[in-house]
Design a binder for this molecule. Structure first.
Ligand code: ATP
Length: 361
């Protein structure tokens, strides 16, 4: 398909695409062929084109204002001579103070992304930064510092988050000791911070208990306190409620919300739990190693002062202009290889290709 960028036609701006109910739309990187019925935009003067180019050149760099920025991230694993592309050019921006979830089918690349953000794995290509740290360029020393002070991580397996022979309070103090914050003379302050964090997360009663003396939910809440010990910019959690019943999961998720609201920590949670996904500000769906769609929730107040949460689903447009059409949409209209695009004043119409050859598979 020839693209808008290659036809010499001016960029018609960025008409909004909203209200998708899920899944995948596809317009190609170079854009799609304009349909005969599509309205070509009015010719633009050379001066206007030059202005647009200058505006683009002088604009802020991608992700400059974001805490987390992933730009065309690729991660290829090789196992037994077979290559698996776990991330296939994933773009993601997360702002400071966000509480967001990553969802997606098994094998879509969620854990791979989280491990990269945690500094546990390195991408094959692309760019990624968290809190100003370039995740592809860190040396061993800054990687260690990054993992101790910039990110906190919570695993699904409760047993993996806490050392079994230490109490909750000792588990929370440990990362502070390891990072050398304040040195030994601040031992009392570290103990006070551990107690404060356990209190904020509702597990003060577990202060002197070891993990074996705590429920799964209590262990996960103590694990969040451990992750928060060094006051990280972001807390990452991979299926943190996966081993818990729904009532306990609710309490654990409440602890993430508390960390976000009271401490201002940015929280990114990978989850299969729909109630968790429904409770965050933004849920990003990953499909085949790329971000595909996202749901944004806002609290709105009507004219009677009543509050309600309004959720809106969007298809994400990546840096190359690609978006994924929801699979149920493409199946419903038997869309296979290509679509007709029509540029309207404030939206783009996507129609099934009515040419007979497009119906052959
Ligand atoms: N270390 C590895 N070596 C080889 N392949 C891997 C490795 N880690 C992940 N993969 C592959 O990369 C793809 C993405 O895996 P990933 O664990 O990120 O998916 P996921 O979305 O987290 O899945 P789940 O929800 O089941 O945890 C899968 O095909 C997986 O088999």
């Amino acid at each position: 398909m020839s693209g808008h960028g290659t036809t010499g036609e001016p960029d018609a701006g960025a008409p909004g695409v909203s209200g998708f109910s899920a899944g995948e739309v596809v317009s190609s990187a170079g854009g799609a062929a304009r349909s005969a019925a599509g309205r070509a935009p009015a010719p633009v003067s050379l001066a206007e084109l030059e202005r647009q180019v200058a505006e683009h050149r002088d604009g802020p760099a991608y992700g400059q204002d974001s805490l987390i920025s992933c730009d065309r991230l690729v991660r290829i694993f090789t196992a037994d001579g077979v290559e698996v592309q776990a991330l296939q050019g994933l773009d993601l921006l997360v702002g400071k103070g966000e509480l967001m979830a990553l969802v997606g089918a098994s094998g879509s690349g969620k854990s791979t992304l989280l491990n990269i953000l945690a500094g546990l794995d390195v991408p094959t290509a692309g760019a990624a930064s968290v809190g100003g740290y370039d995740l592809l360029a860190m040396d061993a020393k800054s990687r260690l510092r990054y993992r101790r002070e910039v990110v906190g991580f919570i695993w699904q397996q409760t047993s993996r988050n806490l050392l079994p022979y230490l109490t909750s309070a000792q588990n929370v103090v440990l990362p502070m000791q390891l990072s050398g914050r304040g040195g030994l003379r601040h031992k009392r302050q570290r103990a006070a911070r551990a107690a404060e964090l356990l209190g904020i997360l509702g597990v003060s009663h577990c202060h002197d208990r070891r993990p074996a003396q705590m429920s799964g939910g209590e262990q996960q809440r103590a694990a969040i306190a451990v992750a928060l010990a060094n006051d990280p910019a972001v807390v990452l959690a991979d299926e943190p409620t996966g081993e818990l019943d729904s009532a306990t999961a609710e309490q654990v998720f409440g602890a993430f919300r508390t960390a976000n609201e009271q401490l201002g920590t940015t929280v990114v949670v990978v989850t299969h739990d729909q109630s968790v996904a429904d409770a965050v500000h933004r849920t990003v769906a990953i499909r085949d190693g790329r971000t595909a769609s996202e749901v944004v929730r806002r609290t709105e107040i009507d004219e009677h002062g009543r509050e309600s949460v309004v959720a809106r689903e969007y298809a994400t447009v990546d840096r190359a202009g690609r978006l994924q059409l929801p699979r149920d949409y493409t199946e419903a209209l038997e869309i296979r290889r290509r679509v007709l695009l029509e540029l309207q004043q404030d939206h783009i119409t996507v129609r099934p290709d009515d040419h007979p050859e497009s119906r052959q598979d």
